[in-house]
Ligand binder design. Sequence first.
Ligand code: PLP
Length: 428
Amino acid sequence: MNGFGALRLITRNATGAFSVEKLAVFGGKPVVPQGRVTPWPAAEKKHSDALRGVVDGGRYHRVNHPIVSGLEESLARWTGKWQVRAVGSGTAAIHIELDYVKERGEQVVTAALNWPGAVGPITISGLQPVFVDVDMNLAGIDQRAAAEEFGPNVAAVLVTHLFGNNVLVPDARSAARAQGIAVIDDICQSIGAAKPIVDGAHLDADALALSGNGAKHLGAGELGFVITEDANLIAHVDRVSLSSSSRSGARIFSPYSQGYNYRPNVFSSSIANLRVTEMDTQLQIRRDNSKLLWEMISELVGIFPLFNPSDCDHSMLNFPLRIEPAALGFAPGPAARDFVVKSLQAEGVPICVWLTKPVFEYLPDIRDNWKAADFPNTVKLLDTMFYVSEIAPPNDGELMKLYAEAFHKVWNALHKQGPKVAAGAISG
Ligand SMILES: *Cc1c(COP(=O)(O)O)cnc(C)c1O
C-alpha cells in the first residue's frame, strides 16, 4: 500500500473531534481539480496532421486507399497472427462475420450482459439470439451455460469481451468446435484479445470483430475490422458490403454484393495508423493505471473489480467495479451504486454507469421473449456496477492517486454515516 500518507480524509473540527471531510456532492471541495483529467481520445497535433494529409492527398475514400491497406497490414502484423480487413464499424464487422456463418444454424448463443450494437447484427443476419447468464468473476459469458445451449440449431457463439477483459472460456470454445459451431469474438472493447493471450497462444476463434470508434482503443472516429485466418471470410467482406468501390480500384457497381456500404473511413484510418504504432504503450499505461488504482482502493469494504486488473493481459478500456450493497449497509438493488457514482462524479472522478438492463431489454423485436429474472448474475452486475473511465495516457499514476483519494473520501463518509448520507444526497 502506498501513496496514502498524503491523504487528507479525516480532519479535526473546531472542537478537536475528528469529522469527515465534506463531500463535494454536499458542496465540499472536489478532490480532482477541473481540467486535471484528459478525456479519451486525447487528441494530439499529429492526429490533425494525419487528417490534413488525407485532405492534401485528395482521395477521401476507397477501400484500397493506401492508408487503409497500410492500416490493415500494420494491425495484422501487430496481432502476430490474423488477417485484417477494415470496414465501416465494429457493428458492420459483427454483421459480416455472422452473415458468413449463418448457414450453420438458426441461433447464436451470447451473453445477456451485452452491448445492443453487438447483438443487433444477429437478427439483421436472420438469426435468433439465445441468451445465457454471465460468470460473476469475468463479466463474460458463462461457458457452462453456453455449452448447454449448443446443438445442431446453433450457428455461432458470440463471445463479447466487455470493458477490456479477456473472455477465454476454453471449454465453450472446444465444445463449439466439436459441434461445428462458429466461434466469434466481439473484441470491440478489448483490442489486446487479438494478441497471444492464452498462455502465449491466440484465441481459438473463427473471427474477431474490432471497433475503431472514437471511444475505443484506436480512438479513430468510425471504423471497424474483420479479423480472421479464413481467406474466404476476408473475401466475404466485399460480398456483404461493397457496392460502388471495387477492391481493384475500378469504378464498378458490384451486382453480387448485398449492398451494405460498410466502407472504412480513410480519415479515421489515418488516425488509427498512428495509434497502432503506440498500442503496446497505450495498453501498458491503461493496465498500470488500473492496477495502481485498484491497489489503492482494494481495502475499501464492499467494492470489487469485475475482473482482476492485475491480470496483465486485459485491455482495460475502462476500469469496471461493482458494489456489494449489503457491505455498505444498503438494501439490494442500485441505490448504493447510484449514491457512490453521484458522489464520485461530484469529486471530479470520471465515473459512468454503463447499461442498467440485460441487453434484450434494449432490442424491441426480441425483448418480450426473455425475462431479466432468468439472468441473476447479469442483473446483479447491472444493479451494482459502474466504471472509471480516463485511465488512458496521458493520464498517469498521480491522477490515479487523486481518484483513489476521492474513493476513500466517499467511503469514509459512508462508513461514518451509513446509508443516511446517501438519502441526503439523493433527495438533495
Ligand atoms: C463499440 C462496440 C461495438 C460496436 O462498434 P461500433 O464501431 O461502434 O459499431 C460492438 N460491440 C461492443 C462490445 C462494443 O463496445
